[in-house]
Design a protein around this ligand. Sequence first.
Ligand SMILES: [Fe+2]
Length: 297
Amino acid sequence: MGIFLVVLLILAGLALLYILWCLTEPFFLINDKVKMKRSSSVDRSGSELNVKKLPLNPKDIEGTADLRLFFFSDIHNEWCPVTAKRICNSIRRAHKSSGLDAVIFDGDLVTYPKNAQKGYNYVNAVRDCCKELGLPFYGISGNHDFMLENAPAKSGFISLDNSYVTLSSGKTGARIYLAGVPDSGKVHRVWQKKLACNMDAPVVLLAHNPDSILHLDPEARPDFMLSGHFHGGQMKLPFKFEFNVLRTTDTLPKKNVIQGQFDLNGTKTFISRGLGCGILPFRFLCVPEATVVEIYL
Ligand SMILES: [Fe+2]
């Protein structure tokens, strides 16, 4: 057997292993936790984006959180082996262990509008579970949801598209705004400039696409932002091929802001890898995640 054939067989074997792993990884789920501490100085002067990568659990954050939110994003229920039942079990466990203040979905029910019902079925099951536990369930629209008719109403969550609610810190009773900006999708892209709430209390912003922060008026930059959209890259490819070639409209991935916690000009930002798979049923080094977000004021 020639050396050429041996190399070819090895490469074919590696390719097969890669594909098998890509098909397997969507079945896993990481239940993680992120601790986010309010910055004393959110830069609302309009200066250029200043990025700092932060660990999920910074060592200097201790004590009791002001708010505990269960956060998940990007279901894309054409192919999401992390079922609603598994998410409900995660919510129950998190609520039982330390208590939750709310459950949040950050957009993208499905990839294609013809499958909308699959997405509604998923979040309806989460709504029922939240009801049983007495927890409010909030959500916003992702870039794949803008084509669905009456999606917020059919989803069963309280829509924060261009809206907000006031929550209270479980620790001090302090007011916190939970606000949302909808995603208008790629076809008729309209970036929100302002928030629905005032800035006279700490703001936790739900923005499906973290690029939203680049388009907000600087004075509307929130204290915290919770996002999804990038799927962590979904299939990590060499040279960030997925962001440099396959989906070139997103800006933050080019600055290595893709998943995890960041400080963006003082706005503490968490970007989830999401749950499901967009377009291809593959994930590679991007295990689906559902996160308990702890907010410290
Ligand atoms: Fe998505």
